[in-house]
Design a protein around this ligand. Sequence first.
Ligand code: SF4
Length: 106
Amino acid sequence: MKTARFSDSHATSTRGGIDWRDLAACRDRPDDFDLDVIRDNRARISAAVDSCRRCPVAHQCGDLTQRLVADRKAPKDLVQAGVIWSVEGKPAKRIRAGRPAREAAT
Ligand code: SF4
């Protein structure tokens, strides 16, 4: 998978000996969040975003994602922290079947 989501050095926080990443709803399901895989299936994209909304570590993931963006290492071409990220690493407003995610208007 192309994401730096869980390999970034910022993401090493543990609490009580448990790494929050072990509790992620996307753990062991990287393809379900990878736009290379789900791009042509709106239901799967919506399901990925919904998974993030229900994720028990959404707050930690959101913090990490904000740091990645600040460090110019934004997620690309995937769903992360409830956001669809374009191939350029920008929040995407929508995607069209067979095409990379379109960036949201700024
Ligand atoms: S919020 Fe989404 S991308 Fe982040 S850990 Fe949870 S399921 Fe994974």
